[in-house]
Design a protein around this ligand. Structure first.
Ligand SMILES: NC(=O)c1ccc[n+]([C@@H]2O[C@H](COP(=O)([O-])OP(=O)(O)OC[C@H]3O[C@@H](n4cnc5c(N)ncnc54)[C@H](OP(=O)(O)O)[C@@H]3O)[C@@H](O)[C@H]2O)c1
Length: 303
């Protein structure tokens, strides 16, 4: 059995890992929630790693409140950088690999073509800056790391754009959605499956594909286009009588929808490096969104 210690239990990725792990017989995942281990206290991390003695450490915690982070930069830094540094130090001390998730918000969005892993970073806000600091801390501590930058994560779990949209579409006659930010919506279920699939490779002696990867669905769109996809597919699943079927979706600019944190206008990331090095990519967007919506419709997921 490969022992995977997962920091985080209740977030989108952690719940997706837990759910999808049943299909991976050789893996034993131990999840730690905030009560088991508040990662903002670095001692807790070290104690947890010493106790569980994992074969691999996976970080599914993050301070993800992009706007709130502008007012809580210290807490965001503790979780997104200091805790990550401590996890990397522990991975290095125990000679085990460290898998971490980062974000498209390390980019400023001024690019015109999908960002590659080697493109310059320049975060616009506290969240992106603290996530970048976490990446840099890992690289300085251990070569045995995999940093997966992903974007616009949705799933049947927790809070996310798909669930918010389903609620709004069902409740309102019309909604306004930002149309001048482009990104790649990515299912946490797909992220989880991809990560679990490569775990046996990662711990194999001689594994030489460590590094930073963009792990996203290959389809780019705006938030507004994403909301229209959600509506169209929800109609397929729930039928034309679904109250959200007739809600009108109006495209607006970011300027019309001010937020505390600035967001990149173009944060599309190129997933080719992952595909080339690991031999597979994430499923198509249509299939992934349908899977999450079907799951929500069947009521398999909670929270
Ligand atoms: N969500 C996105 O759109 C998105 C986009 C790009 C990249 N990412 C990255 O993808 C990864 C997974 O994101 P996600 O969507 O699964 O995030 P999420 O749903 O917001 O989950 C984050 C988890 O971190 C936990 N956490 C936060 N502070 C903690 C602390 N001090 N001690 C222990 N646990 C703590 C939270 O615990 P509680 O449940 O107790 O609050 C929560 O369960 C993150 O690295 C994130 O930066 C996400």
């Amino acid at each position: 059995m490969i022992k995977v210690l997962v920091f985080g239990k209740n977030g989108q990725l952690a719940q997706s890992l837990a759910w999808r792990s049943s299909a991976f017989a050789g893996l034993s995942l131990q999840f730690l929630d905030r009560n088991d281990c508040d990662v903002a206290q670095s001692d807790n991390i070290t104690k947890a790693v010493d106790l569980h003695r994992p074969d691999i450490i996976l970080n599914a915690t993050a301070y993800t409140a992009v706007d709130l982070a502008e007012n809580e930069p210290e807490l965001a830094r503790r979780v997104n950088c200091d805790a990550v540094r401590t996890m990397a130090e522990n991975a290095a001390r125990h000679l085990v690999p460290f898998v971490h998730i980062s974000t498209d918000y390390v980019f400023d969005g001024e690019g015109k073509k999908p960002y590659r892993e080697t493109d310059p970073v320049a975060p616009l806000g506290v969240y992106g800056a603290t996530k970048l600091a976490g990446e840099e801390a890992i690289r300085a501590i251990t070569n045995q790391h995999l940093i997966f930058r992903t974007s616009w994560v949705y799933s049947p779990f927790g809070k996310n754009f798909v669930k918010t949209m389903l609620g709004l579409l069902g409740d309102k006659t019309h909604i306004s959605v930002v149309d001048d930010q482009q990104g790649c919506p990515t299912s946490a279920l797909d992220l989880a499956t991809a990560i679990l699939r490569i775990v046996p490779d990662i711990i194999r002696p001689g594994f030489d594909q460590f590094g930073t990867y963009h792990l996203v669905s290959g389809t780019e769109m705006s938030w507004c286009a994403f909301s229209r996809e959600i509506q169209a597919k929800a109609i397929e699943i729930f039928g034309p009588q679904w109250p959200g079927a007739t809600c009108e979706i109006q495209a607006v600019t970011s300027a019309e929808f001010p937020t505390a944190a600035r967001r990149p206008s173009y944060s599309v990331m190129a997933p080719e490096k992952f595909r080339a090095n690991f031999g597979f990519g994430l499923p198509e967007f249509d299939q992934s969104l349908m899977a999450v919506l079907q799951n929500l419709a069947e009521g398999d997921a909670h929270a």
